[in-house]
Design a protein around this ligand. Structure first.
Ligand code: SF4
Length: 218
């Protein structure tokens, strides 16, 4: 993994964003299916150590069966475990989903709060999950540090940090507010198609000339 801040990348962040927007015009929001903030919260908890594809196979049936926050809060844990089993780590995820639903009913009037502090007070909800919900459902400017953002922000040379919270704060200083959420989604698309973990396709990458790793390795 390439390390070190790469000043051409920082200086040209606006150009990088424009190039990514052109390359991935359809990557406008999370690929996790949802109809409201609570469903997205559940889907994002399920997506931990799993894939969006796998989660999207489970959630349509899950949300037909458990229609409200109360349905999740009052669920039979063993039944819910079986309902989400294929996403992996299903015991822990059941605990987190039911814990979050119960806390929302008890402390937040059954509504998903639209701020970081309250969201991360919920069981199983870290900054990444909170940022997904805040960005897509509350239209707040967020940097979502998932595995793609972690890897690619290092490759490009936008951060020296490996801790996701520190990466988030580094990128929030570099990426303009109005572009933060969209940048997060474009980076996921980039990580899935061109800047692939084991073999980034630098030669066809639209941001090659601004990328530290690309300049050193392509
Ligand atoms: S140049 Fe290579 S390492 Fe840099 S972002 Fe593009 S694909 Fe990834």
């Amino acid at each position: 993994m390439s390390t070190g801040i790469f000043s051409p990348a920082v200086k040209n962040i606006d150009k990088i964003i424009i190039l990514l927007e052109k390359q991935y015009p359809d990557a406008l929001e999370t690929s996790l299916g949802h109809r409201d903030a609570f469903q997205l919260l559940v889907a994002t908890i399920l997506a931990a150590q799993s894939t969006d594809k796998l989660v999207n196979k489970v959630t349509p049936g899950l949300f037909r069966k458990y229609k409200t926050i109360h349905d999740f809060a009052d669920a039979d844990p063993e039944e819910l475990e079986q309902d989400i089993r294929t996403t992996g780590f299903f015991r822990n995820k059941t605990k987190n989903i039911m814990g979050a639903a119960r806390a929302l009913v008890k402390d937040f009037n059954g509504e998903v709060p639209g701020n970081m502090e309250d969201l991360i007070s919920l069981p199983g909800v870290g900054r990444k999950t909170a940022n997904v919900v805040l960005g897509d459902c509350f239209k707040k400017p967020v940097i979502i540090v998932d595995t793609h953002m972690k890897r690619i922000s290092h490759h490009i040379g936008l951060t020296l940090n490996t801790n996701p919270d520190k990466i988030e704060f580094d990128l929030k200083k570099i990426v303009p507010d109005a572009k933060q959420t969209v940048f997060s989604h474009k980076i996921v698309a980039h990580g899935r198609t061109i800047c692939i973990a084991r073999r980034p396709k630098c030669i066809i990458c639209p941001i090659l000339k601004y990328c530290k790793y690309g300049q050193e390795n392509a």
